[in-house]
Structure formats: C-alpha cells, structure tokens
Design a protein around this ligand. Structure first.
Ligand code: GAL
Length: 820
C-alpha cells in the first residue's frame, strides 16, 4: 500500500522532489515513450527516442490491433508478441541522495529487462507478478537526466489465452530512508475472531540498508471501517546494519466489524517506523477481521458454511485489453455479484492489485492462482521455460503481495498441470509449491485444479494440496468422495457451456460447430468435456459436501474461441481454423459485460430475490405457425406463459422438466431432464410473449418480449452519470438499437458513430460479437444482436463529457457524464 504522492511532469520530464524525513511513493505512470519493435541501443541514455510515441501507463499495445489471421486466434488474433520498449526521463533532486530509491512494476507483460542510465538493473520473466529493484546506485542526483528503459519480449505460442503486452499495470518510484518497511512487508492476520473480540497480529519486516544498527519504534495503528482508531501498539526493535528484522505484535480489537460476503468491513493499518522520536517511514495496509476454515464437510467463513457460487475469470477487460483500470474490474465484479456469484478463481495467474481490492470491497471470496503450467509445456514458449528458475520466487511473491486481502481464501498452485499424471515427480512438485505458499502464509489452505481422472488421485498428487479442485467431472464427485475420504473437494472448473448473446439457432440441436461461427444461446453447446450448467447444479445437490463450483467462465474473454479454431485444449499451434472467430464463447456475460441468457440461469439458482427471464427474442418473421421453444429461467415457484395474451399453461419449478440434449465425456446417455428450466413449445405469431412468475401462489413478477418493428432510434444508457476526474475513471455506455416504441431490435447490426466532447475521451468500443474484426479503439461500432458499447474515460480536469451516437436513418442520442 501507498504513502505520499509528489511529482511534477513537464514535457516528458519528471522532477522528483524529496521531503526530508518522510518516505514517498510516486505513481510513475505518466509521460513514457514507447516503441513497438527491436531498437538497438535503446537502453543507453544517449539513444534518441524523440520519434517514439508518448503515452501514459497502464498500456497494452496488443489491444490496439489490428486483428489479423497472421496472429493466433487462440490469443485473440492480436499482435501480443514481439518486442516493445518503454523509456522515461526524470531528474532526481540532490536531497534524494542517500535515500533508498526503488522502482516497482506491478506487472510487465512479458519477460521484462530493465536498465537505468544504461546499466542493466535486472529482469523478471513472469508477466503476472509484481517486482521492484533498488536503483539508488544507478541514479544521478546532480540535476541531469536519468533514463529508465524497459524491454519486453512476449513470445508467440506462450499463452493459451490473450495475455496482453506492455507495461499494463502501474509503475511506482519509491523513495525511502535506509530504514524502511520492506516491499509487501506488513503481514496482518486475525488468529482469533468472534463477535466480541478480534485479535490482530502483525509481523512487519523492517529493512536497514545502512552500515549502522538502528534502534526504531514500530507503531501499528488500526482504524475501523468508519475511520476510528480501534487499537494501536508500539514495539521497539533493533535492525542490524545491512539486515532486516521483524516486529511482531498483536492487539485486541473489541467488538470488531467482521468481514464477510454481506458486510465486507475493511480495516486500515498505518505502520510507522520512528527513530529518536521522528517518523522515518509510514506504510499503509488494509485487511479484514475474519476466520476461514475447511473440512471434508465444506468451507466455512466465520463459522458459517458457504458454498461457492463461483466463476473463473481471465484478467482482460474486453476492449480495454489487459491494461488495468480499477473501475473496469469493479464493474465486472459487480455484474458477477448481481448474478449471485460469491467466489472468484483468478484463472490462471495472479490478478492485479486493483482486482483484489475490489474483491475485498465487494465481499467476494477469492482463489488466487499462480500458474497454468509448471515445467511440462502446454504451449512451447509458455511459463514452462522459466518454471525451474523462477517458480519459487514467483509463487512466494504472489502470496507475500496478496496475503493481507481478506477476500483470499486459498492459494492455487496450478491449473490442469501436466505433472498431475507424472507418477514419479508430479506429487513432489505439487508438495514443493504448496509448501512455498505455507512458508509465506500458513493461514490459508492450498489447492489446484485437476482435469485428469483418476491419475492425480491414484498417484498421490491430489493429496499434496489441502483441497482438491476437480475440473469437469461432476459425475465423479461421489466416487472421489468415497474413494478418497480425506480429500476436501470442490468443482474448480465446471460446465464450459458456450453461447453468443442474442443468437438462437432453430430447431434446437446439438452441434459441434455452426456455419455462422456463433453458438446458440439455448445453453447446450460446448466442447466434448462441457455440459450445461443444469448438470452441475444436479451433481452439486447430490453431493452436499462438495464446496461448490467455479464455472468456466463468468465473462467472455479474448482468445480461446472454443468450439471454433482449435481442436482441443492441448493443440500447440495456431487456432485459426475458423477465422475470424477469435474470442471466447464461454462467458455467462459477453465481452461488453452484457448478460447472456446463461447469466439468468445462474441467477435463478444462486439468488433468492424473485427474478424471471425469458428467451428467445420474438422476431421470427417467415416462421409463422412453426413451433419455437421458449425457455424461462426463474427462482419463482411457478411460471405461466402467454402468447398474445393467451395462456400456454403454468409450469411448476422442480416438477415440470425440460429435456436437454447432453453428450459429454464420462456421461452415459444423451439427454438430461432439467428441473432448472421451464419450457414451452409455442407456434410463432408476431406480437408478444409474456411470462408471469408466482411465489406461494401469488403473482410476483412478469417479463414481456414484443416483436420489434424496424430500427428507428439509438438509445444510450450510462452506468454512472458522475465519475472521478482522475484520468482513469470510466463510464460505460450501453447502446441499443430500438424500434419506435423502444423495443430492442434483436437482429439489428446498424453501424453507430460516436463523437465525444469535453472532459474525457472514448477508450473502447465493442459489441460482444466473437467474430467481429472491428477495432476496439475506433469511434464507431456495429450493433450485434441490437447492442453495442462505448467506454468513456475521464481526463484530469473536471467538467462534462458529452457522447453523441449517430446511425444512418435512425434518431440519434446524446448522453452527458459529469466528472468531478
Ligand atoms: C480447461 C482449462 C481452461 C479452459 C477451459 C475451456 O480445461 O483449464 O483454461 O481452457 O478448459 O473449456
């Protein structure tokens, strides 16, 4: 966590001033120069970068495109590999001499090499982990220019999804006295938690880089969520010259505000280090007072059993790529919460700091995952290349960086690791990684996701982690539970159902691929290991000790366009067999953040506030008189369907079943009777369909879909009318093509042109269409199934952002966002 900010930037030159005694953290994101190719000598100060592009971080160069078949559809069909250089000039004031100056990168994608003033400072291959270097001795403090140069070299065939490329997370310059708190140095745990008492334990590591021993007082102050001082304690320690020392203390907090999924109460810790009565370092942290435990009976938060209504999420945010915007993560997670989600698996890598902050703030449980691969490759140039040299450092740093987040409940050492069926060595590596996590944080269990059956169980691999994650084997839950009774179990990856928002293929049939390169939204289709959500619901119900599930995935993501492109999960090469299919179909929500039908199927199972959803749309010109399957997803007891006012009958949830065509590996039979959806077959006639939901015999809700007329207007709806004028806040504008009565035109593909005026800019456009090759960074977008999205970013001056959306022959629309 951060301290003071103090920086001025003029014309590509940052002046770094230093307050005499206090330490400072300076966000170092502005005014970088960028070049997207090899550049000989670019690490040297004398190198002329005046022609390079000037930009601010966070930056993902690959999202700028263009999409091309030249690149791998498996990674989004975007140019994420190659060489990228970043350089930044800055001056240090003389007062900084004698201080410890560190540069921290919260993540650099991929294989970062760093030079300061022409001298090589260090490298860090793994793009998902943060790191810092002490650059004090490389700097000039005489008022002349310092230059930091960063070279990134993401490789082709190094990822199974879109990783992004660039300095995509924040960079910091940290100026400290020689005696200071180490990076990620305050470790806060809460060993005792009850309504009456919370014990807050703190082990803070203080570093001394000077040649003199230092006697210091480490003071911990804890502030309640309301900002009141809840407890404090002082500890005197001596930190030997060129060494470090831990200050370990604990305090009692009476009647603590306990962190849980409904009331995510966050405490703040302020650590100060003082010498001779003067504060020489201040270090801020946040944490939650909460207790977690596991057994073969389930997962417990503060003593209460909770089942995971979980989602796996990749780190990209659609049209923004992998560049980190806190608001993008916040919106994503709010949408997930509204689906009934209470847990997230950060598949398959450590997420950004901001992502975890939002999980803390929203009360989401997190499974923090380190790797997709160990030493045995999935793709030739993946992390396997670096595993032997870097795995210990990377996984320990992940745990050290993240261990104060109350949201995190497990450390995952990997996903579908090939070593799971390597008899001789697999279990040893699993144990080694699990032990690394425990060395740094013994308070949380370890886990990993296994897809193989039954090798990892038979070969002593599953037992090396505290909790066994099972990928795509719901029919085996019972068997595994009985055969390996010591294992605590959950579905680490489930369903993998695919769909394209608003697309319905009739008649309903089970296909592998469809000529449209879309997937029907009747929620049935997937790769051979996939099955509809209903099947998982059923087996979760049958096995109450399974801790719950993490669906693949909450949101669509860039890359991995299964069932198109690649044959299966292990193909090494390009996935361009069905170009331009290039982004995922797995999400319950599309790339824009617009819910697909599946979102409501989960919502009907995971939430209790009455909801009802109806599909498909009701625009089937030319199919008059033919039967259309109509599905209803609801948590009501009963639902009644009306077509143009005429009842098609009531259906009872749990009693009236919907037959689904189901075929997947390890499942016998080819149909499944689902009690989770209600359905009718009704002959099409234009007009409307309406469903009415009943609870305890009373009508509580209804949902109507009208046959839409011709597109007549553009309509805009912004998620927030007021945002921060901080240069990073976002407003998401949903664009709909509507008929004259305000009905969504479900098949509209009209091109919408955007123009923006005032205190912000347009940073992304999208429509969720997995086969669109339109740029994410244009000022126009075609609608897909009647909708598209525009994302606005504030500037650093407050004012108004006005977005105008125009489309040929349609009435245009304007939306205004205030920035403060
Ligand atoms: C799993 C894998 C995920 C994703 C998914 C698609 O086997 O762990 O990363 O590829 O399949 O269904």
């Amino acid at each position: 966590m951060r301290k003071v900010l103090y920086v001025m930037s003029f014309l590509m030159l940052t002046f770094v001033g230093v307050n005499k005694t206090q330490a400072q953290d300076i966000k170092f994101n502005d005014d970088w120069r960028f070049f997207n190719a090899e550049a000989e000598g670019a690490e040297k100060n004398s190198f002329d970068d005046s022609k390079w592009r000037n930009l601010n971080l966070p930056h993902d160069w690959a999202i700028e495109g263009p999409f091309s078949e030249e690149y791998n559809a498996r990674c989004g069909g975007l140019p994420f590999h190659g060489t990228g250089w970043y350089r930044k000039n800055f001056k240090m004031e003389a007062s900084a001499k004698g201080k410890v100056v560190r540069m921290e990168f919260e993540g650099a994608m991929y294989d970062a090499h760093i030079w300061v003033n022409g001298e090589f400072v260090g490298n860090r291959p793994y793009g998902y982990i943060g790191f810092e270097f002490d650059i004090s001795n490389y700097l000039k403090y005489d008022g002349s220019d310092n230059v930091v140069a960063v070279r990134l070299r993401p490789q082709d065939l190094s990822s199974r999804w879109y990783p992004g490329a660039g300095l995509y997370r924040s960079v910091w310059l940290k100026i400290d006295n020689p005696v200071h708190v180490e990076q990620w140095g305050a470790y806060i745990t809460t060993p005792t938690v009850s309504e009456k008492l919370g014990v807050v334990q703190n082990e803070t590591t203080v570093v001394n880089t000077s040649n003199k021993d230092a006697k210091v007082v480490v003071k911990q102050e804890y502030f309640s969520p309301e900002g009141k001082l809840a407890a404090s304690i002082e500890d005197e320690i001596t930190v030997k010259a060129n060494s470090k020392e831990v200050s370990g203390t604990y305090v009692n907090v009476k009647n603590p505000k306990i962190w849980d999924t409904e009331n995510p109460s966050i405490y703040k810790a302020v650590t100060t280090v003082s010498k001779n009565g003067k504060v020489i370092d201040t270090y801020n942290s946040t944490f939650g007072i909460r207790a977690i435990s596991f057994s073969t009976e389930g997962f417990f938060l503060n003593g209460k059993k909770i089942r995971f209504n979980g989602v796996c999420l990749h780190h990209d945010n659609g049209s923004l790529g992998s560049a980190v915007y806190k608001r993008a993560d916040e919106r994503k997670l709010q949408i997930m919460k509204s689906m009934g989600v209470n847990a997230i698996r950060t598949s398959h890598n450590p997420p950004s700091r901001e992502f975890l902050e939002v999980c803390d703030e929203l009360g989401l449980l997190v499974l923090d995952e380190a790797f997709d691969v160990w030493a045995e490759a999935k793709v030739p140039n993946g992390y396997n290349v670096f595993f032997n040299e870097w795995a210990e450092r990377d996984i320990k740093d992940m745990v050290k960086r993240d261990r104060n987040h109350p949201s995190i409940i497990m450390w995952s050492t990997g996903n579908e690791i090939h070593e799971q069926h390597n008899k001789k060595e697999g279990w040893k590596v699993a144990r080694m990684l699990s032990n690394y996590c425990k060395e740094v944080d013994p308070t949380r269990p370890t886990t990993l996701g296994m897809n193989n059956f039954e090798a990892p169980y038979k070969m002593n691999f599953a037992a090396q982690s505290d909790i066994a994650g099972i990928n795509y084997k719901p029919t085996k839950y019972g068997y595994i539970h009985e055969t390996y009774p010591q294992l605590a179990l959950y579905g680490s990856e489930t369903s993998s159902c695919t769909s394209s928002r608003g697309v319905y293929h009739l008649p309903i049939e089970k296909y592998t691929t469809h000529e449209s390169l879309h997937v029907t939204s009747y929620d049935l289709i997937g790769p051979p290991w996939a099955y509809p959500p209903d099947v998982e619901f059923h087996f979760q119900e049958q096995n109450p000790n399974i801790m719950g599930e993490f669906i693949w995935t909450g949101f669509d993501y860039l890359g991995e366009p299964t069932p198109y492109g690649g044959k299966d999960n292990s193909t090494n090469g390009y996935w361009n067999g069905h170009w331009p299919s290039k982004s995922s179909y797995f999400g319950a929500v599309d790339l824009c953040g617009f819910p697909k039908d599946r979102f409501y199927l989960y919502q009907s199972q995971w939430t209790s506030k009455p909801m009802i959803h109806l599909l498909p749309h009701w625009n089937w010109k030319g199919m008059e008189g033919q039967d259309i399957p109509v599905y209803c997803y609801t948590n009501c007891d009963e639902a009644e369907l009306f077509v143009n006012g005429k009842s098609m009958g009531k259906k009872v949830k749990g009693k009236d079943l919907t037959e689904l065509i189901v075929k997947f590996s390890r499942y016998e039979g080819d149909s499944f009777q689902s009690k989770y959806r209600l359905s009718w077959n009704v002959p099409y006639q234009a007009g409307n369909i309406k469903v009415v939901g009943y609870k305890d015999g009373k009508q509580v809700l209804e949902k109507q879909i009208n046959t839409a007329g011709k597109p007549a207007k553009v309509s805009l709806k912004v998620d927030r009318r007021e945002i921060n004028a901080n240069g990073e806040d976002l407003a998401y504008v949903t664009v709909r093509i509507e008929d004259k009565n305000g009905n969504l035109c479900p098949n509209a593909t009209n091109l919408v042109n955007f123009s923006v005026k005032g205190a912000g800019e347009l940073v992304g456009v999208d429509n969720g269409n997995q086969i669109s090759l339109e740029s994410f960074q244009a000022n126009h977008r075609k609608a897909f199934s009647g909708m598209c999205l525009a994302i606005l970013k504030s500037s650093k001056t407050s004012g108004k952002i006005t977005l105008t959306a125009k489309s040929k022959r349609l009435k245009s629309a304007v939306v205004v966002v205030e920035t403060k």
